[in-house]
Design a protein around this ligand. Structure first.
Ligand code: AMP
Ligand code: ZN
Length: 469
């Protein structure tokens, strides 16, 4: 399995630190709002990386944080006249709902920055003790960037270039820095902000130290994969490497993976341009599996353009797979239990060859675009070769290949609980009859059957209304 490593700028053979185990950290969102569809991209692509690794037999310890202390959270809390934790808890809960709709598996651990302050103070103290940090007069603690010889190795930047082009590096409080390249590890509290006690001043941590500490606590000093969007390469991940390696004295992450950006109609997504979509916005129009399918139809490192037409194309593409599986199920209902004929055995072997293309694509730096093309080839093959004369064993073999591969992509293409509108209507009519006859047990039973199939009933003055949940 080959993985593109931002650190080396090359595809490298993946060999985990510990045989059969993968330790993976993915930078999570800052929780002050509903997540947008750009935030959904790293969630979906790295969840797919995780699923594929699990499919290959690795045990994956997957950690993804929530940044729950930040200027934007504090600003929103002040606007609403509430505590920042009320805001962050609200949006963590909403984010988890969106992840579920996108079929993103919960991480092994979802640490929150505010619960890890003790570890941050400890790591900052280690950096001070080792001469990699210093305390300014106002109590701000800075990382001494030039004290870490490897600085710039991830973003392939050189310190002197950074210094000359350094305007963007100047952050608030820089007047007390010894060098414009230095960055904040701990900053003093301001009026109306949450703060914690520390040996240096009452204050709060800088953003970068959070991830170094949470990664160390939940995965150890050395991990296999550290991932996030490409905007995090510099300075966030560069700073994480400097902090972790300077404090722990060991290499931090073996592979650094970064997803490309999602744009809208070829423009950067922004609220001011009016082209900003939350996952929830898209969920009002589409089943969010379609958004997932859309994201995976491109390679994760490429920029990805979002548009209404491309979403429609993704909808049609996913429908083709769902329809194929539903046809196979229809044929299976009539097929009996006979074994495969010699000719079918030959065809099943051909289908297995097509399925191998999926693994080959995924082994090549998780090329989900080619992997999905392999699924489409299988669908075409099944549509051509499965028919009313097919044996159950053959139909099942085809179906299993498609379902296994789409499962790795986090897509559910078998809608076994599907219920037709006409079936719903007739069950509702039967329920009305049962109620008239005071057979409430049967009426309740019907409501339960419908609930199980995701149908919600509402008794109104005009009669019974229903919708799919
Ligand atoms: P943030 O909450 O801004 O820290 O972002 C959380 C994650 O979403 C990070 O990994 C970002 O790199 C990623 N991200 C933010 N915007 C986009 C975008 N438009 N396309 C792809 N990834 C993004
Ligand atoms: Zn991070």
């Amino acid at each position: 399995m080959k993985v593109y490593n931002t650190l080396s700028g090359k595809k490298e053979e993946f060999t985990p630190i510990e045989d059969g185990k993968v330790k993976m950290y993915v930078c999570g969102p800052t929780v002050y709002n509903l997540i947008h569809i750009g935030n959904a991209r790293p969630m979906i692509v790295f969840d797919t990386v995780r699923r594929y690794m699990e499919h290959k037999g690795y045990e994956v310890n997957y950690v993804s944080n929530f940044t729950d202390v930040d200027d934007k959270i504090i600003k929103k809390a002040n606007e609403e006249g509430t505590d920042p934790s009320v805001i962050s808890e609200r949006y963590i809960a909403e984010c988890k709902k969106d992840m579920e709709s996108l079929h993103v598996k919960p991480a092994t651990t979802h640490p929150k920055a505010t619960c890890e302050i003790g570890g941050m103070i400890e790591m900052i103290q280690t950096l001070l003790d080792k001469g990699h940090a210093y305390v300014a007069q106002d109590g701000t603690v800075y990382f001494k960037t030039r004290s870490f010889p490897g600085y710039g190795k991830l973003s392939h930047k050189n310190l002197d270039d950074l210094r000359s082009g350094g305007r963007s590096l100047l952050v608030s409080g820089e007047d007390q820095k010894e060098d414009p390249l230095d960055f904040v590890l701990w900053k003093p509290k301001k009026e109306g902000e949450p703060f914690w006690e520390s040996p240096w001043c009452e204050g709060r941590p800088g953003w970068h130290i959070e991830c170094s500490v949470m990664s160390k606590k939940y995965l150890g000093d050395e991990i296999d994969i550290h991932a996030g969007g490409e905007d995090l390469i510099f300075p966030h991940h560069e700073n994480e490497i400097a902090q972790s390696e300077a404090a722990n004295g060991k290499p931090f992450a073996k592979y650094w993976m970064h997803n490309g950006f999602l744009n809208i109609d070829n423009k950067k997504m922004s609220k001011s341009l009016g082209n900003f979509f939350t996952v929830r916005d898209i969920g009002e129009k589409y089943d969010l599996q379609i958004l997932r399918f859309f994201m995976l139809s491109a390679h994760y490192r490429s920029p990805l353009n979002f548009s209404a037409e491309l979403m429609e194309a993704a909808k049609n593409g996913l429908d083709r797979i769902v329809t194929c599986v539903s046809n196979l199920n229809f044929l299976l209902e009539k097929a009996g239990t006979e074994a495969m004929s010699a000719e079918e055995k030959e065809l099943a072997a051909q289908a297995a060859e097509l399925a191998k293309k999926f693994d080959e694509a995924m082994d090549d730096d998780f090329n989900t675009a080619d992997a999905i093309s392999a699924v489409f080839e299988l669908v075409k093959f099944a549509n051509t070769n499965a028919n009313e004369g097919s044996s159950a064993a053959f139909l099942n073999a085809l179906k299993d290949e498609i379902v296994t591969l789409t499962d790795i992509c986090g897509l559910t293409v078998e809608r076994s609980e599907e219920i037709l509108d006409s079936e719903i209507e007739s069950l509702i009519a039967e329920r009305q009859e049962a109620r008239k006859a005071k057979n409430f047990a049967r009426a309740d039973e019907i409501r339960d059957i419908l609930t199980q199939k995701g149908i919600v009933l509402e008794d109104t003055r005009e009669g019974v209304k229903w919708k799919r949940a």
